[in-house]
Design a protein around this ligand. Structure first.
Ligand SMILES: Nc1nc2c(ncn2[C@@H]2O[C@H](COP(=O)(O)OP(=O)(O)OP(=O)(O)O)[C@@H](O)[C@H]2O)c(=O)[nH]1
Ligand SMILES: [Mg+2]
Length: 348
């Protein structure tokens, strides 16, 4: 999974990026223009994977991975077409956006999270509207020339335009945000969005709230504090957390929120070589899930041998789970459940 970190200049994007990834990217005092994005990958923490790894003692344990991309300077560099295109190229593969909103005093400016949120949201909408407009114009020209184009795409773009024009994000419309005809466009406001309220170290989180449009979720993170903690070694960080009554690293909370917002679940494959977590959308059927591992396994799918994580752990071993009748054979249309341990049988 890939997540793009966006927000107004100086809102603390790089600070949050560092907090989430344990990186030490340079935090600028309002430098803006930096061109190169910061990119880092984090492992998705999952106790179930740890337990399976204890059971199998494999050569390799592979957690799910999230990649975070922090865009230097935000969207506001869009006066040059080049940089806008560069931003879109970076954000295209992202499954979701984290929108960082400043909730700390900066350079004598008190925070105004509601206004900041709305301003940046408006930038997202405007960016999309420009893309839609450009495309519609071109399509209309081609229509006049007698070219047919794709009528469905045309109709969806019109609908998108109206939505944006009324100040609403494309993510609010299920048809538009999922339409295969619009996949190629990288509409930023169509991506699921989590707002991170970036709080100062001493802030009382209950003091900050923002009214958000439908489908946008919010987490509160003390960015610079979490950044410092993430740069300590595990033990030290844990001591500080206990002292301060912080239950877990902010990154855990954000990952959970991302999974829930995107409707993601995990299944596991196990063996002596590798125990691995895989991320899929809720509702994915067994044959499609197999395709995450390899297209050959999807194509040659015969059956899925499935045992629920809890049943496997309760039984103590795979053989014991089989004896207890907990290992089922499922067909290609079986809907994979969170925590399923799956052995795919296939034939190529
Ligand atoms: N007090 C306080 N300051 C913060 C916090 N987060 C960021 N800052 C400060 O705000 C300034 C901007 O932080 P960055 O993380 O560089 O913000 P950014 O959004 O990446 O900035 P650009 O990339 O320039 O758009 C820095 O001086 C940070 O030290 C916070 O939680 N509390
Ligand atoms: Mg930055």
């Amino acid at each position: 999974m890939e997540i793009g970190i966006v927000g107004l200049p100086g809102s603390g994007k790089t600070t949050i990026f560092n907090a989430l990834t344990g990186s030490e990217a340079e935090v600028s005092a309002y430098s803006g223009g930096k061109k190169d994005p910061n990119i880092a990958q984090v492992k998705v923490p999952d106790e179930r994977l740890d337990k399976l790894s204890q059971m199998y003692n494999p050569k390799k344990t592979s957690p799910a991975i999230i990649q975070y991309v922090d865009l230097g300077g935000g969207l506001s560099a869009k006066d040059e077409k080049d940089s806008m295109d560069a931003i879109l190229r970076l954000l295209r593969p992202c499954d979701a956006l984290v929108h960082v909103v400043r909730c700390f005093d900066f350079a004598g400016q008190p925070p105004n999270p509601q206004e900041d949120f709305e301003n940046f949201e408006a930038e997202l909408l405007l960016t999309d509207q420009m893309i839609v407009e450009r495309r519609l114009e071109r399509m209309e020209k081609e229509l006049k020339k007698g070219k047919k184009g794709n009528p469905k795409e045309f109709e969806l773009l019109k609908k998108a335009y109206e939505l944006l024009d009324s100040g609403r994000a494309l993510r609010e419309d299920e048809e538009i945000s999922n339409a295969p005809e619009l996949k190629g466009y990288t509409f930023l406001s169509a991506k699921p969005c989590i707002v991170v309220l970036n709080l100062g170290e001493d802030a009382d989180p209950s003091q900050f709230d923002v009214d958000l449009p439908e489908g946008v979720s919010v987490v509160k993170i003390k960015g610079s504090l979490e950044m410092e903690l993430s740069q300590l070694d595990e033990e030290e960080a844990e001591m500080f957390r206990q002292d301060m009554g912080i239950q877990e690293p902010a990154t855990y909370m954000l990952i959970r929120e991302s999974y829930s917002l995107l409707g993601l679940i995990s299944f596991f494959t196990v063996g002596e070589d590798e125990v691995k977590a895989w991320t899929i959308k809720k509702g994915t059927v067994a044959q499609k899930a197999a395709g995450r591992i390899h297209s050959d396994i999807e194509r040659g799918f015969i059956r899925a041998e499935v045992v629920a994580f809890d049943d496997l752990i309760a039984a103590g071993s795979y053989q014991a789970a089989q004896k207890a009748g907990k290992v089922r054979l499922e067909g290609k249309d079986y809907v994979v459940q969170d925590g399923d341990v799956i052995n795919f049988r296939f034939n190529v």
